[in-house]
Write a protein that binds this ligand. Structure first.
Ligand SMILES: CCCCC/C=C/C(=O)SCCNC(=O)CCNC(=O)[C@H](O)C(C)(C)COP(=O)(O)OP(=O)(O)OC[C@H]1O[C@@H](n2cnc3c(N)ncnc32)[C@H](O)[C@@H]1OP(=O)(O)O
Length: 365
């Protein structure tokens, strides 16, 4: 995680490497692969070596882990490496001087969510480009954690965006397919609890929340937009909520926010019939604040956000509070209801068939 006030220095990086050698407990293969990938990215930059053969299991796993970091900047990789090592050895102090809450509390998580803080902006980025940034169970937890940290860090605004060609393809459908038959009900119950906590974190988020929609958005990442304060989209973004096709039902409070934002008929077209919108259509319906040409999108949006982030922080919070506070109670009730209904949907034959279709590649949305 890079920080407003500091970035991991060469010295921090070197200390982290030494700290790693002193670890009492083996952190396990998954973490070791992450450390390897971050180390390579920090020292050599993006992976550009030939992919090892399928039978060369170890080197293939290492290559995959490194390659998955895409174009992550060297400095960010260095900071993430330092953070990861530090999270593995809670008793030892990192040599970094300023550590916001998120850094101290960070779990040895995946790099599927990247949180950075710079120029008064905390950026939470979906970083699973090879899977179109589909959100796994652990990513939901990491996002909840990141939002809690961002709500008390010293940034003025918090921004969600995606790495790669997609903003996000929504819920990772394999969250529900890799489940033994006798634990389906328990899985649905746990997912419903997790979803409720996840959406609550957005409802309660106290600072201006901005979405920078760099590409197509599907499912929950679309419904959540009703809880964002500003939504900027590239003209290559699309907005799709294929709930009926999946045998599911709306979440993210969209059953309440979408009719308010665009009127019940337009909301029904999206949430019931799964009509996919272009960025221009989503803007005309009030779901998107402004659309930018892809060629200038990143530059224009981040320039604007950096300027907004210089505004007085307390004033930003207070204005958001005034706009949103009257609705909070209602939103929590809607969230609870949507999660209960979805729990039932996940156990339905319609939903199970749709998930099986996805897995067996019979259907692409
Ligand atoms: C616990 C909380 C629950 C919250 C409830 C949330 C509900 C939702 O979000 S509903 C929406 C769920 N999302 C979808 O239904 C999208 C499913 N994906 C697709 O339809 C397509 O993959 C696509 C249109 C997003 C992209 O198509 P295409 O350009 O042809 O690319 P690929 O299909 O080849 O995708 C590359 C790679 O990524 C995997 N992948 C993409 N999206 C998902 C996903 N949502 N879940 C799991 N995996 C996903 C895809 O399977 C490919 O993997 P590989 O075959 O291994 O390369």
């Amino acid at each position: 995680m890079s920080r407003t006030a500091m970035r991991a220095s060469e010295k921090d990086f070197e200390n982290a490497r030494n700290q790693l050698k002193l670890l009492m407990k083996d952190p396990g293969n998954e973490v070791k692969l992450k450390l390897y990938a971050l180390y390579k990215q920090a020292t050599e930059g993006p992976c550009n070596t030939p992919k090892p053969s399928m039978l060369d299991f170890i080197n293939k796993a290492k290559w995959d882990a490194w390659n998955a970091l895409g174009s992550l900047p060297k400095e960010t990789a260095r900071q993430n490496y330092v953070d990861l090592v530090s999270s593995l050895s809670p008793s030892s102090e990192s040599s970094s001087q300023v550590k916001p809450a998120a850094a101290n509390e960070k779990q040895p998580g995946s790099e599927n969510i990247i949180v950075t803080s710079q120029d008064g902006i905390t950026k939470i980025m979906f970083n699973r480009p090879t899977k179109k940034n589909a959100i796994t169970t652990s990513m939901y937890k990491e996002i909840i954690h990141a939002l809690k940290a961002a709500s008390t860090d010293n940034s003025a605004i918090t921004v969600f965006t995606g790495n790669g060609d997609y903003y996000s393809s929504g819920n990772d459908l394999t969250n529900f397919t890799d489940v033994p038959p006798n634990s389906i009900e328990e899985t649905a119950k746990n997912a419903s609890i997790l979803l409720r906590e996840f959406v609550d974190a957005f409802i309660d988020f106290p600072k201006p929340l901005v979405a920078v929609i760099n590409g197509p958005a599907v499912g929950i990442v679309v419904t959540l937009l009703g809880l964002f304060d500003v939504v900027y989209a590239s003209d290559k973004a699309t907005f799709h909520t294929p709930f009926s096709e999946l045998g599911q039902s709306p979440e993210g409070c969209a059953s309440y926010t979408f009719p308010k934002i665009m009127g019940p008929a337009k909301a029904a077209e999206m949430l019931i019939f799964g009509k996919k919108l272009t960025a221009g259509e989503a803007c005309a319906r009030g779901l998107v604040t402004e659309v930018f040409p892809e060629s200038t999108f990143q530059k224009e949006v981040w320039t604007r956000l950096k300027a907004y982030a210089k505004l007085p922080t307390n004033s930003l919070r207070i204005s958001k509070e005034l706009i949103r506070s009257n609705e909070k109670e209602k939103l929590h009730a809607v969230n609870a209801e949507e999660c209960t209904v979805l729990q039932g949907r996940w156990l339905s034959e319609e939903c199970m068939n749709a998930l099986m279709n996805f897995v067996s590649r019979k259907s692409k949305l």
